[in-house]
Write a protein that binds this ligand. Structure first.
Ligand code: PSV
Ligand code: MN
Ligand code: MN
Length: 386
């Protein structure tokens, strides 16, 4: 038997962080489709994020990407967010857009380029000091395209050296989240290609270094929930970048391509005690052809639905079936939870939280989309022009 009051309480305290870059225009390799009314400034991105929180009740923080969200005064930006009912979340670094980074950033063979990249990472920690953000999220595009292009081991040494300097700069209560991705933009080697490499570096650095799992960053068929279970068990799961994929790093709405996988991941989170503040539940998505705010609301709802189903798993029945070696019953317990329609439960939870039971309809009725189309002329791309 599951305790419904406990399930509801867990759903009410869930927090999904939305990414500032998901509110701006973005595109494919071939074309950016501009949408009317998209934000032109970091402040306008925060306005949109505040709407997502207003209508869902569970998206209280917004991740920044530097320099895409560069402003003169980050303390003022944090205040601007708070005045709108949200807070600034993880600071994402960006060492993948400058010409200098053709051969990498903190793994680059030239010490001068490595110093430049390190300077940027340290600046991101300065920004965290000003915004009150807890997490620095690091993703490196570093790697090589051809066998022999650079020394694989030397690049790992440079990576370790750079990360150690950033780690030493972290203040109390600040963390470093290291993100891996199996390929792209590098095609032969990637310097942080998988959770094992990220975990090895984090282990050496110390407890403030944690791994972040971007659900779009694995080879097809990878059992992501196993990675989640392992990292939680080792107390090194810092957070997620949620999105979904059909082929590679597609950055589609989370739960769109494979809601069953999202449920399996969330079950391991619940099972491993990860439904807590120490795991950051972030979205990392780009909305190229769909309306942005509704797509982000949909993603937040998809995370909620997967979480609700994971919470509904009858853990004692599952444990009994597992102990008895009853393969079919054990599987049935999990599938029963997955096949439950949790939408009525979530509507109830939202009402109890004083929100509209249907966040998408409430957003559409609010007139926000029409207002920003009228007011915001000349919306910008998600950052690639920063
Ligand atoms: C890289 O593919 C990544 O997932 C990292 O999180 C970056 O910061 C983000 O995408 C930028 O879009
Ligand atoms: Mn990511
Ligand atoms: Mn990605």
């Amino acid at each position: 038997m599951t305790d419904l009051a406990a399930v509801k309480a867990a759903l009410k305290t869930q927090a999904v962080e939305t990414p500032s870059w998901a509110y701006g225009n973005s595109g494919t390799r071939f074309k950016v489709f501009a949408q009317a009314g998209v934000p032109r400034t970091a402040q306008e991105k925060l306005q949109d994020a505040a709407k997502v929180h207003e209508f869902t009740g569970v998206a209280p923080t917004v991740a920044l990407h530097i320099p895409w969200d560069r402003v003169d005064d980050y303390t003022a930006l944090a205040k601007y967010a708070e005045e709108r009912g949200v807070r600034l979340g993880a600071v994402n670094s960006n060492t993948f857009q400058d010409d200098d980074y053709r051969l990498g950033s903190i793994c680059h063979p030239d010490a001068a380029v490595r110093r430049k990249a390190l300077g940027h990472l340290l600046e991101c920690v300065d920004i965290m000091d000003a915004t009150g953000s807890r997490d620095l999220k690091l993703w490196f595009a570093d790697g090589t395209n051809y066998p022999g292009q650079d020394d694989i081991r030397a690049r790992q040494d440079r990576l370790a050296e750079g990360l150690a300097e950033v780690y030493a700069r972290l203040g109390d209560g600040q963390r470093m989240l290291l993100e891996y991705k199996f390929f792209e933009p590098a095609f032969y080697t990637t310097d942080v290609p998988d959770w094992g490499t990220a975990y090895a570096h984090c282990l050496k650095l110390g407890p403030k270094a944690q791994v972040v799992v971007d659900t779009g960053h694995h080879a097809p068929g990878t059992n992501i929930e196993f990675i989640v279970a392992t990292l939680l068990r080792e107390e090194r799961l810092g957070g997620f970048d949620f999105n979904s994929r059909f082929y590679a790093d597609d950055d589609l709405m989370v739960g769109a391509a494979d809601p069953f996988q999202l449920f399996r991941i969330m079950y391991e989170v619940v099972r491993g005690g990860g439904l807590s503040a120490r795991v950051a539940f972030m979205l990392d998505q780009c909305h190229n052809i769909e309306a942005k705010i509704p797509a982000i609301i949909r993603s937040v709802m998809n995370v909620q639905e997967a979480t609700a189903k994971a919470l509904l798993v009858d853990r004692s029945a599952l444990a009994a079936a597992q102990a008895a070696g009853d393969v079919l019953d054990a599987n049935a317990v999990l599938m029963d939870a997955y096949n439950t329609d949790v939408r009525p439960l979530l509507r109830q939870v939202r009402e109890e939280m004083g929100r509209d039971p249907d966040p998408l309809a409430a957003y559409r009725r609010s007139g926000w989309a029409e207002k920003v189309v009228a007011e915001r002329v000349g919306g910008r791309q998600a950052g690639w022009d920063a």
